[in-house]
Design a protein. Structure first.
Length: 91
């Protein structure tokens, strides 16, 4: 009678702890990406869109090229990400 209850409690605890560990493991990147993308998009005409896509690319690649334009060779993953139309995804 206690075994199903205990198994359910164990499962819920496991799920909650794994989501907590995942969020703390990636906590450093949003701050890093926010700062780097803020510099990268500082002169963009569509700043909100630039920040969105830069953030996506930074989270995936863990890097952002220096400067406000170009320098994509510093981060090949960032350079090589493409959108559905085959164009560069990252600003």
């Amino acid at each position: 009678m206690m075994k199903p209850w205990f198994a359910g409690l164990l499962l819920v605890t496991l799920i909650l702890s794994s989501s907590f560990l995942e969020s703390t493991a990636t906590e450093d990147y949003p701050g890093f990406c926010g700062k780097k993308c803020g510099v990268r998009c500082s002169k963009a005409g569509l700043k909100k869109r630039c920040l969105k896509y830069c953030g996506i690319c930074c989270a995936a690649c863990k890097c952002v090229p220096t400067g406000t334009y170009g320098n994509k060779s510093e981060c090949p993953c960032y350079r090589d990400m493409l959108n559905s139309k085959g164009n560069s995804k990252c600003p």
